[in-house]
Design a protein around this ligand. Structure first.
Ligand SMILES: NC(=O)c1ccc[n+]([C@@H]2O[C@H](COP(=O)([O-])OP(=O)(O)OC[C@H]3O[C@@H](n4cnc5c(N)ncnc54)[C@H](OP(=O)(O)O)[C@@H]3O)[C@@H](O)[C@H]2O)c1
Length: 251
């Protein structure tokens, strides 16, 4: 199944996400006429519109959206879909947070959890409702390898991605047969503003590399994909490693 085809309309949740913007730039352009960048109003969001427009992508507009304001999600998603069918939704918002800060201030951990998990669950269910109604379209969920196994260095963030990943897998199964689909994407370390200043991990890639993986996975109708792909083998090995050994790894 080709879940991508020639998309006419795309919704990005997390409109300034470098991974999402790189993905939009790589989508087939033939029939593309509407790109909605949903995010918190800011100069960065306006710059994202300008950069996609300058790249020749037509119909790029903004939509105010805050992942933590779950009461607003239904109205926002309805207004975007009421204006026309959406073929691809990229759920790309997220907070990495700071593990040490989260441990000393649980409110900081709650913000990461609320944004990455609660906000994503809320908006995904509204998106799924509309995708099911239209009978086509793909929801792409940015999970992370950090959700594959709890790690001392980032278990608050990792746990939000584990929850989101499990949720998105189930949502994909719930939509099976409706014509709509869910693609779960598990990137490793990606060079974006989220990771600026951090020590790069093995198999680090650029946002464009993840975008290429997403576009290819949509074309092939994949349901789960690692970015880069070979991380699947690394994570499979890491997941089966005894806890006492895993704990000592410098990660
Ligand atoms: N970079 C990596 O190494 C990596 C690895 C694995 C997974 N991922 C995941 O991939 C996704 C995209 O990451 P990225 O690297 O493209 O990061 P990014 O460029 O920092 O983008 C993160 C996005 O999240 C948005 N956001 C944060 N809190 C929000 C809120 N309350 N409401 C609405 N939007 C909010 C930001 O909007 P503002 O402009 O308003 O801040 C920004 O658009 C994230 O889910 C991330 O967890 C990233």
């Amino acid at each position: 199944m080709d879940a991508l085809g020639e998309p006419q309309a795309v919704l990005v949740l997390g409109g300034t996400s470098e991974i999402a913007l790189a993905t939009v730039r790589l989508l087939p352009r033939g029939r593309l006429r509407r790109v909605v960048l949903a995010g918190r109003p800011s100069a960065s969001l306006d710059e994202a519109v300008a950069s996609l427009t300058a790249a020749g992508i037509p119909g790029v507009v903004t939509q105010a959206f805050d992942a933590t304001d779950t009461d607003s999600h239904g109205g926002i998603i309805d207004s975007v879909f009421d204006a026309g069918d959406i073929d691809v939704v990229l759920l790309a918002f997220g907070l990495l947070g700071d593990q040490a800060e989260a441990e000393s201030d649980p409110n900081a951990a709650v913000l990461v959890a609320t944004t990455n998990y609660t906000g994503a669950v809320s908006v995904s269910l509204h998106v799924a409702r509309r995708l099911r109604q239209q009978g086509h379209g793909a929801l792409v969920v940015l999970s992370s390898v950090a959700g594959d196994r709890g790690r001392r260095s980032n278990y608050v963030y990792g746990s939000t991605k584990a929850g989101l990943d499990t949720f998105a897998q189930g949502l994909g199964d719930a939509l099976h047969g409706s014509g709509a689909s869910v693609l779960v994407v598990r990137p490793g370390f990606v060079r974006t503003k989220m990771t600026t200043g951090m020590k790069e991990a093995p198999m680090t890639v650029d946002a464009e590399d993840v975008g290429a993986v997403i576009v290819s996975a949509l074309r092939k109708g994949r349901e789960t994909v690692y970015a880069p792909g070979p991380l699947l083998f690394v994570m499979t090995a890491l997941k089966s490693m005894p806890r006492a050994v895993f704990r000592k790894l410098p990660m």
